[in-house]
Design a protein around this ligand. Sequence first.
Ligand SMILES: Cc1cc2nc3c(=O)[nH]c(=O)nc-3n(C[C@H](O)[C@H](O)[C@H](O)COP(=O)(O)OP(=O)(O)OC[C@H]3O[C@@H](n4cnc5c(N)ncnc54)[C@H](O)[C@@H]3O)c2cc1C
Length: 563
Amino acid sequence: MRDFQLIQNSTFDLIVIGGGINGVGIARDAALRGLKTLLVEKDDFASGTSSWSTRLIHGGLRYLEYFEFNLVRESLREREVLLHTAPHLVQPLQMTIPIYEESSREYWEIKAGMLLYDVLSFDKTVPGHRMLRPQQFRQLFRAAKKAGLKGAAQYFDGQVEYAERLCLEVALDAKEAGATMLNYVMVTKLEMDGAAGAIASMTCRDQLTGETFTVNCTNAVVINTSGPWVDKVCGLARQNDQPASVVKERKIGGTKGSHIIVDPFPGAPTSALYVEAYADNRPYFIIPWLGKYIIGTTDHRYDGALDSVKADNEEIDYLISETNRVMPLAQLTRQDIRFTYSGVRPLPYADGKKAGSITRNHILYDHTPDGAKNLISLIGGKLTTYRQVGEEMTDKAYKKLGRSAPACQTLTKLLPGAMNDFKPTLEKAIARYGDRVSRPSIQHLFAMYGGKAIEVLALVDDAPDLAEKVVDYLPDIKAQAVYAVRSELAYTLVDICRRRTAIAMLSDYGFDALSVLTATLAKHCGWSTAECDRQITQYRKFMEANCIPNYCLTAEEAQKQAA
Ligand SMILES: Cc1cc2nc3c(=O)[nH]c(=O)nc-3n(C[C@H](O)[C@H](O)[C@H](O)COP(=O)(O)OP(=O)(O)OC[C@H]3O[C@@H](n4cnc5c(N)ncnc54)[C@H](O)[C@@H]3O)c2cc1C
């Protein structure tokens, strides 16, 4: 897989820059339709915006306010596709919107939105909406604010608890279909052929070893799916070592969104709430998630550094106070925050527009008029709609290559862990491994890996110690770390704790799992002592830079982070 000499000597039909959900979705669709495909990702798959979302597979009820009916219909159709092709990862989620006297949206407006949402999802398999009278809402959400309650609306959307694993499974399926999928490979230069008006080659650096290599792009379509980095990647264009332009104007105007994760709190709802914030009328979510609650998000224009984005103290306080307002028993304080995360939405640049009103529609921008006829950039694109983007982009690539496109397969093709009925397999696994791995751990593996849980469990056959738990209060077992490295292209502790598992978000930022994990990886994957120490240092830095609130850092840590 990481034979760069071979890659340098190869030619590709399609080259994808960026391994977020959209990049891997395009690589999968293209490879399944016979295009020789290469994807390079500078960090890990889903390390960009794709790992910092609210984890909803949703139509985007809010977009109805901006008359984005096409986007809502497309998202609702894709929600249905994912419920069927990735049932182990995407599940229906019941959502309730309380409506208060002070809400900026009237009861009848919400009701009209609900009706429209149902019409636009006419082919759905989840139940339609229902409106609740105040008394019905109070019975279901006893601890919610009662004063001024006018009623509520209840409807279904989808939730992908392990959004990072959705991205990973798409990447692994692309690899299975023949695509070359390289994480930790960064594009550092796009060399232009001015006469041809196209990208001739791209220079890449292996982030793990520092090795550089060149990829021939002469006969390829190059797809820029670098999310919020789209303009930066365009800025890598050079001709004879002089900056060259492949785009006339800025394409991305990112907005930052932050979340907090808290333990169940007094009066916590048993299902998801979609609430209008008192401070600015923005809707935000309170969502049960893996035994905890995700609360978010904010939405602010963002022009800062993209490689580390962090919830600031004001965003955290805003989410805490809004939650306490609608859930008065919660009494959350900064001390209750278990994890925070922030991402930058790769939205189209729209000067002067309110952050929430910028379209969430995606644009496939063809750079031909700017002098790069083999380059297409993706502007925007939600987690929910990645499959549709993959289909459209592959169609477009085939057109550019002057070849007719075979039929798209991703509407019905299952993701690797998907199984129609996993119960018999789960029961067999419990019968076979139940003496070594606890039932909750086996169930947890099936919830996380689907049918692939069997491969994780099989590691225990040869190495019984891998059946042990990583930390006693989580169901994760040591075998998962080894599986991540051997079969899921993981290279770092951050990959393992943050994106192959959710250990980082469910324990003390994952810190109490590190010694067990490094010992396991030293024993089973050949990590040296020096490598283990380096990984732990790198892991701490990552958590400080992205996830631990600033008010929890010591002055020295904060200074280091700022530097
Ligand atoms: C707060 C928040 C909440 C959201 N909630 C939802 C939600 O609930 N549901 C939903 O559907 N959508 C949601 N979204 C939107 C969704 O998460 C993003 O639109 C989507 O993940 C973007 O994916 P992407 O692949 O385009 O970009 P990214 O995931 O950012 O991937 C781009 C990749 O390009 C790589 N890259 C950059 N430069 C280079 C280079 N030079 N060489 C190689 N690789 C490079 C980066 O490392 C990165 O991994 C949310 C977004 C945010 C910020």
